[in-house]
Design a protein around this ligand. Sequence first.
Ligand SMILES: [Zn+2]
Length: 339
Amino acid sequence: MRTKIAQLRAEIEALTASNAEELEKLRIRLLSKKGEITSLFNDFRNVANEEKREMGVLLNELKQAAQEKINTLKESFAKRQEDNTVGDLTRSALPLKIGSRHPLSLVKHEIAAIFSRLGFSIAEGPEIEDDWHVFTALNFPLEHPARDMQDTFFVERNPDILLRTHTSSVQVRVMENRKPPIRLIFPGRVYRNEAISYRAHCFFHQVEGLYIDREVSFADLKQALLYFAREMFGSETRIRLRPSYFPFTEPSAEMDISCNICHGKGCAFCKHSGWVEILGCGMVDPNVLKNCGIDPEQYSGYAFGMGVERIANLKYRTKDLRLFSENDIRFLEQFRAAF
Ligand SMILES: [Zn+2]
């Protein structure tokens, strides 16, 4: 019996199994009711009394060793299977959740891309500004309502420090620091002290544009805006310019495009006029050029400004401005296909 035990011990040490089926066969051969180790236990009663103690220990050790070896092999199979699950590169991809750009970013990038094709670059500036850059340099008379506490957020009750109400303040900074020709667009967030509703918010986004050079005319402005409207809303789009007033441009105009929903026939969206307003524009007032150190005798320029939310409303037919800042994932996910 001693020889048999030693033989089985050696055999168990060297055991291998390449799959679970083979392992089960081994277990049956060694440990089942008719297994080799079990039959040794059965033979135990024939062992001489003086050897019983020693043989008992050896048999128990043998059984334990067999059990441990089988358990170890079983674990290694399970682990190998797990590794294969993680490491299988041929499996189909997990359903990854892909994010989407914010609709206002999409529209802002599209505006920038269109004007970049006309040679415009991008400039940005601070959102906290002083009175000079937001109002005074831009020819706002002291009594102009835009300076009123109703419209402007002032910082720490200091009437000179405020949140910019338009990105024209960046135009002033550029004109003060650069020599013409200047051909830039100015995207950015602006702030107005207004009650929040579906059509107004205390902050919104603008893209303004400025072109200053010798002999820049209103015809240049009109052509640039026609190009923009057709690139943005389709090649059939028509524009019309209505006379308007802004302190910083002379003459000034507001631009409408033919309604891109009814194509000019009249619908609820365009209030049955066939036209929708999209931006304000004009020739830079000579006083503004002078304020910024540019000689209006030598240079002229045009400027325009549009609300990004307004363009997004027209493009995506959203009706409520608040959707853009509520971060409702159900709204934002609709823009996943765009880029
Ligand atoms: Zn319409």
